[in-house]
Write a protein that binds this ligand. Structure first.
Ligand code: ACO
Ligand code: ZN
Length: 203
């Protein structure tokens, strides 16, 4: 069944039967790496996945097909500092950096990436970031459309950003401009029991 969430003239659609969101655990990394390899040409080392999980466990979230006990989507994020994308005269600010997001092909267009981003944004808010940004291939229309629904705007381009020479857009949003959207999405997932909050204790 498709559930619709109306926020600021935007419609968010969810068809999340048997899908659960939760924080990533160390034993999930092999499956997360599999999803990354199937969905993106940017394949990071095991060390990169592990160190992001170790450093930002609250910002690493997975979507699980509960019937198969299989990870079908992930988002991992980090915290950076730098100048504002919107106010060039600002001091150095804290920014949330969406490092990588992917959903297995058979699970797309059901709202899984929307859920992952909504939850991740909320955990970045808790770390008091002023802006959230990411890089995306200029040809990646599905991802660009998704980010635009979260109020993200193209603020820069980086030629030859990707190994094959493709240009990246930098997309960014001020926390204040996306707060309501992400909050409502996260609240919806929590209310419908689609999100299990526990963060694994770091040894
Ligand atoms: N065409 C156009 N818009 C799309 C498409 C598409 N094929 N897929 C998603 N969108 C946009 C739409 O606006 C959609 O809203 P709508 O359904 O109301 O039209 C919105 O995104 C939300 O879609 P979801 O169902 O939440 O997205 P999904 O779970 O399908 O995942 C994703 C989207 C992550 C881009 C997926 O297609 C994917 O894994 N692609 C390959 C990996 C990738 O490109 N990752 C992003 C790289 S950039 C980075 O990681 C920082
Ligand atoms: Zn990046």
């Amino acid at each position: 069944m498709v559930k619709r969430l109306q926020i600021k003239n935007l419609e968010f659609k969810f068809q999340l039967e048997n899908i659960l969101f939760r924080h990533c655990r160390f034993e999930d990394i092999a499956q997360v790496m599999h999803v990354n390899r199937v969905t993106l040409p940017e394949n990071y080392s095991r060390y990169t996945f592990l160190s992001l999980l170790r450093t930002y466990p609250d910002l690493f979230i997975v979507a699980v097909d509960e019937n198969k006990d299989q990870i079908v989507g992930y988002i991992m994020n980090k915290i950076d500092t730098g100048y504002s994308f919107f106010d060039k005269s600002s001091a150095i600010i804290k920014k949330g950096h969406v490092f990588s997001i992917g959903v297995l092909p058979g699970y797309r267009k059901r709202g899984i990436a929307t859920g992952l981003l909504g939850l991740a944004f909320n955990y970045m808010f808790k770390r008091s970031v002023s802006e959230i940004f990411l890089e995306v291939r200029v040809s990646n229309i599905p991802a660009i459309k998704l980010y635009e629904k979260f109020g993200m705007k193209k603020v820069d381009t980086i030629p030859y950003y990707y190994a094959d020479g493709e240009t990246a857009y930098v997309m960014a949003v001020k926390t204040t401009d996306v707060y309501d959207i992400a909050k409502k999405i996260a609240t919806y997932l929590i209310k419908t029991d689609k999100f299990n909050e526990s963060i694994e204790e770091i040894k």
